[in-house]
Design a protein around this ligand. Sequence first.
Ligand code: FES
Length: 106
Amino acid sequence: PTIHFVLKDGNTRSVDAPIGQSVMEAAILNNVRGIDAECGGCASCATCHVYVDPAYFERLPEPDDMERELLEGVAAERRPTSRLSCQIALVAELDGLVIHVPATQA
Ligand code: FES
């Protein structure tokens, strides 16, 4: 699936990533700036926080308890569309996914 990352500076980076990869991994492997992912994807750092475009947000499975808890402590403003990108696994229906990178992760 193709993911469009809208960066802090307003530019968009589009990357193609394989099914099964997380949005966080796709960002890191393609050097998308603004997603730190300090814990490497084990849902303990919250520095992979992103805003999911509303059109796609509804297609995602609900966050589990651990993700919900971590979302309480994100560095940037938490919004209704906030998610941890390491917990979003790519599936075919997410092709065209638009992800907004938050202002800060620290
Ligand atoms: Fe650490 Fe997602 S990479 S919580």
